[in-house]
Design a protein around this ligand. Structure first.
Ligand code: MTE
Length: 301
């Protein structure tokens, strides 16, 4: 029951900036009308969706191409040239090609999405992204009926990415989604943060965000998107298949072999950073559980 309120949120509540930014008005309005359940929901939404600060979101990062320390990406990622930027979209699509970032942006509708981000390392943040739905970009390229998966690849630039010297990962960083996950309306390609252009350390100029999955699925600085009919290899799964699955849905009931996934530490608040229970699908159960109906989520971790 502790998580019950979360299931009462619709995707509109989860993503609507007003829930956070106009909480006072929402509360005032709800109280005036005697709608206490709406007031409770707004309170819960604010608690779960108060964005972390710009400082926190841009200085505590995982982007191993720029080093494995949490502060390395902020220190080193300025070296990445993000304009011009091309994204190759190929494989099982009607219109394969090298798409220029400017052309992509001119076709897409940018919106704000406030999402929880839950790292597999058991910390979390709340991030006010801006971006567009991946489904819209895939529609632009025309997904062929045989396609079942989407593979993603990060830029590989040894001259700009000092972390590539170390074989921590089999570079370039690659990720993948099942096609229905990729087409889900919660899945976005982020281009900004707090209404500003996405900082390099957060994956500029184009970074995947899949809020119900562990953060490592949210691949940064994407240069290639390939539609396939077979499950694509993914970086962390290749490295440690017993620890990181292809699906990697946030699941408090499936522990990492070396630590519990039942709770998480919310970044921020210094010494007072709080440990809070981790929610199934990172709180997006209502929106995405249907994607996995009948699937064994322990085996398909
Ligand atoms: N993408 C690339 N290319 N390289 C990485 O090291 N780290 C992942 C993901 N995307 C990573 C990546 C991990 S482990 C997490 S938790 C998130 O990015 C962190 O995103 P943030 O730094 O914007 O919070």
């Amino acid at each position: 029951m502790a998580h019950r309120w979360n299931n009462d949120l619709t995707s509109a509540d989860v993503t609507r900036p007003a829930v956070y930014f106009n909480r006072r008005q929402i509360l005032a309005g709800a109280a005036g009308l005697g709608l206490s359940s709406i007031a409770r929901q707004a309170t819960a939404a604010e608690d779960a969706l108060t964005p972390n600060s710009w400082e926190e979101i841009t200085n505590y990062n995982n982007y191993y191409e720029f080093g494995t320390g949490k502060e390395d990406p902020a220190a080193n990622a300025h070296a990445l040239t993000i304009a011009p930027w091309q994204v190759t979209i190929d494989g099982l699509v009607d219109r394969p090609g090298e798409y220029d970032m400017q052309d992509i942006l001119s076709e897409m509708t940018i919106e704000e999405r406030i999402y929880r981000l839950r790292c597999v390392e058991a910390w979390s943040m709340v991030v006010p992204w801006s971006g567009f739905e991946l489904a819209d970009l895939l529609a632009m390229a025309g997904v062929r009926p045989e396609a079942r998966f989407v593979a993603f690849q990060t830029a590989y630039r040894p001259e700009e990415m000092p972390g590539l010297r170390y074989p921590v990962i089999d570079w370039p960083y690659v990720e993948g989604l099942r096609l229905d996950e990729a087409l889900h309306p919660l899945t976005i390609l982020a281009t900004g943060l707090y209404g500003k252009p996405l900082p390099n350390q957060n994956g500029a100029p184009l970074r995947l965000v899949v809020p119900w999955k562990y953060g490592f699925k949210s691949i940064k600085s994407v240069v290639r998107i390939t539609l396939t009919d077979t499950q694509p290899p993914t970086s962390w799964n290749k490295l440690q298949p017993g620890e990181y699955g292809f699906y990697s849905n946030v699941n408090p009931n499936v522990d990492h072999p070396r630590w519990s996934q039942a709770s998480e530490r919310k970044i921020g608040g210094g010494l007072f950073s709080r440990k809070v229970p981790t929610r199934m699908f990172n709180g997006y159960e209502r929106e995405v559980a249907g994607l996995y109906e009948g699937m064994d989520l322990v085996r398909n971790f």
